[in-house]
Design a protein around this ligand. Sequence first.
Ligand SMILES: NC(=O)c1ccc[n+]([C@@H]2O[C@H](COP(=O)([O-])OP(=O)(O)OC[C@H]3O[C@@H](n4cnc5c(N)ncnc54)[C@H](O)[C@@H]3O)[C@@H](O)[C@H]2O)c1
Ligand SMILES: CCCCC=O
Length: 475
Amino acid sequence: MSAWQLCEVTLPFPVSLGRVIATVTCSGEKEVNLAVQDAKAAFKIWSKKSGLERGQILFEAARMIRERTEEIAIMETINNGKSIFEARDDIKTSWQCLEFFAGLAGSMAGEHIQLPGGSFGYTRREPLGVCVGIGAWNYPFQIASWKSAPALACGNAMIFKPSPFTPLSVLLLAEIYTEAGVPPGLFNVVQGGAATGQLLCQHHDVAKVSFTGSVPTGTKIIEMAAKGIKPVTLELGGKSPLIIFSDCDLENAVKGALIANFLTQGEVCCNGTRVFVQKEILDKFTEQVVKATQRIKIGDPLLEDTRMGPLINRPHLERVLGFVKQAKEQGAKVLCGGDLHVPRDPKLKGGYYMTPCVLTDCKDDMTCVKEEIFGPVMSILSFDTEAEVLERANNTTFGLASGVFTRDVQRAHRVAAELQAGVCCINNYNINPVELPFGGYKKSGFGRENGRVTVECYSQLKTVYVEMGDVESVF
Ligand SMILES: NC(=O)c1ccc[n+]([C@@H]2O[C@H](COP(=O)([O-])OP(=O)(O)OC[C@H]3O[C@@H](n4cnc5c(N)ncnc54)[C@H](O)[C@@H]3O)[C@@H](O)[C@H]2O)c1
Ligand SMILES: CCCCC=O
């Protein structure tokens, strides 16, 4: 079968302003096989280097990303549609991730265990081999960096497939790794959609799959990986709760709710889209949130003061608007936004814009409260007691992130402990420093990105027994 028969995407790729920015060829079986072959050859060289040597190259790559921040951020904005202001932050967290794992690379070590009679054992932390990274379209460069940095630091090779909606920025990452000195083929990019992804997941020389995307695709990935007994990391969707108690600092809670809902046009996996507000402050909170939401500057994502760009593509925009329509039909009230937005600037007219939306009078069984919308739509729900809100917050199949605003320090930690989510932010939201592990509970996935623990997701432990005496035969 040729590469073109394997393509599921229609080329050329549209971007979120409705214009063609590039034409990218899909990788088929031939290209995937070549990428795996090259990755295997590069792995042989790379895995023999000491951790310190690998770290030095990753530090150099981090330095180059940092130096080229503006160029990469512009590319990411064109790639995805997010504001340049945010894209710069994505690039920052990307080079920080490379620095973090570069620093850890030299300290990866096993243990020495003394045994009877002078014998002993030791463990070696070894790489897995050729790892595959498959990314979503909302944080293209960041996702590729968060996957490749720990993979490479641990001595693996990685083949990365970006989303077909955002094929470009990861190419800069590949260029930078090569210039920084990784062996050719160690970090390779293949392009395409589901068919290319399947070829990667099913390849018998692929040792691990790290996936970021939706729950339905994640389910398919784990099924394919199960057939090959391959470990997987799954970073999936969410419908995270943000709980605002009446004793909070209201100004901070309002800012937190906006950060929890409207970054990257609301297309953020860990967004706190179920905003539970204690009854006593519901009116005041809602009024301030609506005012702040109406002030969000929508427009050309390449302009400095823009805070909201276009959504990723037309079908997604229509899907998000459909959720707002359904919310109204089910009894929610639209306090602001939720409409198609056509900017005055003629060059933006083809863009997939909508106005950020705040819904109130929401109930737990409404679709807008249960399903991941992945757009700029905040649902406000009211609550009375801590016990009640915890039960409602946890009543979801997702478990990616959560947040709580309160001045009561004991309550903050009690609530953080009770929330069934991989991440909990106290008195802020969507703060994900690379030093801390990031990942989900329940259907939001498993495995972690960032933090020391991620080394375990990209390495395996070998036990070596050393006999210092004679063999005692039982025969
Ligand atoms: N938890 C996280 O860290 C995180 C981060 C970003 C996005 N997400 C989630 O990603 C979703 C949005 O991204 P999306 O629409 O790109 O997700 P998606 O599941 O549609 O696609 C993700 C990737 O999987 C590929 N793919 C699709 N079908 C495949 C198959 N059968 N086999 C192999 N690969 C396949 C796609 O081409 C793409 O590269 C949301 O649910 C969001 O919450 C999660
Ligand atoms: C921490 C940012 C993760 C992005 C999820 O969509």
